[in-house]
Design a protein around this ligand. Structure first.
Ligand code: PLP
Length: 368
């Protein structure tokens, strides 16, 4: 969609990356690290100061204790963190439970490991799941469930009760929760993020994946981390070493600054995104979309059923080529292309002027 958007000079509300600058002090920290010649390989599982900063941040935010020497692996974004974790724990023939709609990588990641995905539907409008359907997806072959909260693409934030249900099944079926918590600090309307690893019985059966990409608006830096108990970390580190050797050394040093930012940074981040969310939702509603209001992350899922198009792909194609706005067809977040064709996802991690231009363009849908 980004390539199509570039070709048609469309406003890109498809791929989730900010079009505004990263924090100035963070950029200076990176420049200083390069100037100070931190330009060679860091230790494969991450520079010590950065691992220490990650441990301190989780202590402050969640009261969680991680041993930087044995439980933290720095990697190239959450993308590598997820595939490294899956390659570390899955064997061909294993099964993985996935909620759908899901972030696109999880399906291919699972396939690359030779494992089979079992899908459980999140049902609009609140993207809740049926606990019986979830239970039915677990079998003796289940090795893990992948959980992304706050969720891309739905904006769902899993509640404590839902997490307890998932944690109970992980313990009953003796499997792992592998969590993608990349939007942990982008929360609205009082929503609270709870790492499933903090629930009773989950500390030693969870792998937590996260990154600097979204929280610090640096998706191009490719710096992430994996938190897991020592035995699992041992395996993740081995896979990581052979996949990428390590994340960019000077950017890990800048990460020490980022993860040391005060709580007020995160409150402001949510506040700013909340205003952008409201702006985009108002524009979409005025143009005739039905919106599912997100409680976290920076996407709005919409229902286009009433707009009179054959499906999501033809709608998005029209949107890009005739109205100059790019979005993502909903079916790309489902296991079968025939499902989710009434949904289209827009992102709002954009400058106000970009969102304002999109508002004007989207409104022209009315006169299609
Ligand atoms: N996980 C989710 C849920 C995402 O939405 C994204 C990017 O959009 C990623 C992971 C990619 O993360 P990273 O840039 O850290 O590789």
């Amino acid at each position: 969609m980004t390539r199509l958007a570039v070709r048609h000079e469309a406003i890109n509300l498809a791929q989730g990356f900010p079009d505004f600058p990263a924090p100035a002090a963070l950029k200076s920290a990176a420049a200083q690290a390069i100037d100070a010649d931190l330009n060679q390989y860091a230790i494969t599982w991450g520079a010590k100061p950065f691992r220490d900063a990650i441990a301190a941040k989780y202590q402050r935010t969640y009261g969680m204790e991680f041993d930087p020497e044995r439980e933290i692996t720095v990697c190239c974004g959450a993308t590598e963190g997820m595939i490294a974790s899956l390659l570390a724990v899955l064997d061909p023939g294993d099964e993985v439970v996935l909620f759908e709609p899901f972030y696109e990588n999880y399906g291919p990641d699972t396939q690359l490991c030779g494992a089979t995905a079992r899908y459980v539907r999140l049902q609009a409008p609140d993207w809740s799941f049926d606990p019986d359907e979830l239970r039915a997806a677990f079998t003796p072959r289940t090795k893990a469930i992948i959980l992304n909260s706050p969720n891309n693409p739905t904006g769902k934030v899993f509640s404590r009760e839902e997490l307890e249900c998932i944690a109970g099944l992980c313990q009953e079926f003796d499997c792992l929760a592998i969590t993608d918590e990349i939007y942990e600090h982008i929360l609205y309307d009082g929503a609270v993020h709870i790492p499933i690893m903090t629930l009773p019985g989950m500390r030693n059966r969870s792998i937590l994946v996260n990154s600097m990409s979204k929280t610090y608006s640096v998706t191009g830096w490719r710096v992430g981390w994996v938190l897991a108990p020592p035995d699992l970390t041992d395996s993740v580190r081995k896979v990581h070493d052979f996949l990428t050797v390590g994340a960019a050394a000077p950017l890990q040093q800048a990460g020490v600054y980022a993860l040391g930012l005060p709580e007020s940074y995160y409150g402001q981040l949510s506040q700013e995104y909340s205003a952008r969310r409201d702006h985009l939702v108002a524009s979409l509603q005025a143009a005739g979309f039905k919106c599912f209001i997100p409680r976290g992350a920076y996407y709005v899922m919409t229902d286009i059923k009433s707009l009179g198009f054959a499906d999501d792909s033809s709608f998005v194609h029209h949107l890009i080529t005739h109205l100059g706005v790019a979005a993502v067809p909903g079916s790309s977040f489902f296991s079968h292309v025939s499902v989710g064709t009434q949904f289209v996802r827009f992102c709002f991690c954009k400058k106000y002027e970009t969102l304002e231009m999109a508002r004007h363009q989207l409104f022209r849908l009315k006169s299609k």
